[in-house]
Design a protein around this ligand. Structure first.
Ligand code: TYM
Length: 335
């Protein structure tokens, strides 16, 4: 049986990278498979969070996912900390994963920066909690953007390590699903840097909460070059900003990048940018509008998360009981 799991952090605004790299695919997959989508508040506290801001962001991210089309009648939508099995399994996986495996994680190196001694142990162990998120449900497929690939390889190593430890094919080896045309959306200010929530400049990203004027302004100011658009993608290899905008256009309009170039080759950004504004606004405005409506009805969002947490718990509880048995733990977990 195929089961989908994916997660998203409630830190800062969701942006076009999250949308095209992950959320859009989640919406499509929920119609075909059992799916769980999780707002990962436990991951968020690997860096300090203001409690009031974290609470508000958790609701806002859930509202964005509903606005983007996650249907709680099909998919399970919940926040991670409600289901204690995530933390329980993460500890077990901390005892399966080797320091050497975690030492290779590039995201830890990027996030910890120069002051590694001062990073939380939680930030270092971040990928073991991620493996626990997925495997607590024996999920088989994980739709994510390109930047999560290494974490998923680690989740597979952990699943294999646990299976070897207990001498059983207990966990599936979860497969990454890096889908769609825009698996790595780049910053609007620097075509070599990933679009990210933590970029100091808000002009580097398009947020799902941006109104049409803001989207237009950000695209108008996006870094480009003075050349015309070429006929092939290869010719954009040395023009990362131009390439990124073409990829974004294609992903939003659901056309291949080649088809976008067929339409715009020989034209400059004076023509291309207004067209990009039009597709971006056309696709994102309904999401932004729906998100505001959900945020006006916070109690509805809270009820969806509550129902999701209960459904998630019902799936993981018996799986955890088996894990406990394999390890020789005495008695039931009370969580
Ligand atoms: P997070 O919150 O950083 O991002 C959520 C999803 O958005 C994708 N993404 C992008 N895709 C394309 N271009 C970009 N510029 C871009 N930026 C972000 C990410 O790849 C991700 O799919 N560790 C995860 C959350 C997580 C998780 C999990 C994911 C926790 N547990 C279990 C899958 C399974 C993270 O921080 O994602």
């Amino acid at each position: 049986m195929k089961r989908i799991f994916s997660g998203i952090q409630p830190t800062g605004n969701l942006h076009l990278g999250n949308y095209l790299g992950a959320i859009k695919n989640w919406v499509a997959l929920q119609h075909q498979f059992d799916s769980l989508y999780c707002v990962v508040d436990l991951h968020a506290i690997t860096a300090p969070q203001d409690p009031a801001v974290l609470r508000a962001s958790t609701i806002e991210v859930a509202a964005s996912l509903l606005a983007a089309g996650i249907d709680p009648g099909r998919a399970i939508l919940f926040n991670q900390s409600r289901v204690p099995q995530h933390s329980e399994l993460a500890w077990i996986f901390n005892c399966v994963a080797r320091l050497g495996w975690l030492n290779r994680m590039t995201q830890f190196k990027e996030k910890a920066g120069k002051n590694r001694e001062n990073a939380s142990v939680g930030l270092f162990a971040y990928p073991t909690l991620m493996a626990a998120d997925i495997l607590a449900y024996k999920a088989t497929h994980v739709p994510v953007g390109d930047d999560q690939k290494q974490h998923l390889e680690l989740a597979r190593d952990i699943a294999g390590g646990f299976n070897a430890l207990v001498g059983a094919e207990f966990f599936p080896l979860p497969e990454p699903q890096i889908l769609g045309a825009a698996t790595r959306v780049m910053s609007l200010r620097d075509g070599t840097a990933k679009m990210s929530k933590s970029d100091a400049s808000d002009y580097a990203r398009i947020n799902l909460s941006d109104d049409a004027d803001t989207i237009a302004q950000k695209i108008r100011k996006a870094k480009t070059d003075a050349e015309l658009l070429p006929a092939t993608m290869e010719e954009l290899d040395s023009r990362p900003e131009a390439r990124n905008l073409v990829v974004i256009y294609g992903a939003l309009a659901e056309k291949s990048a080649e088809a976008v170039l067929a339409e715009f080759s020989g034209k400059g950004f004076g023509v291309f940018k207004p067209a990009l504004v039009e597709v971006a606004v056309e696709h994102l405005a309904p999401v932004t509008r729906a998100m505001r409506d959900y945020l006006d009805d916070e109690s509805h969002v809270l009820a969806v998360l509550d129902d999701g947490a209960r459904r998630a718990h019902a799936i993981t509880k018996p799986i955890m009981a088996e894990i406990r048995e394999h390890l020789g733990f005495l008695g039931d977990s009370l969580g």
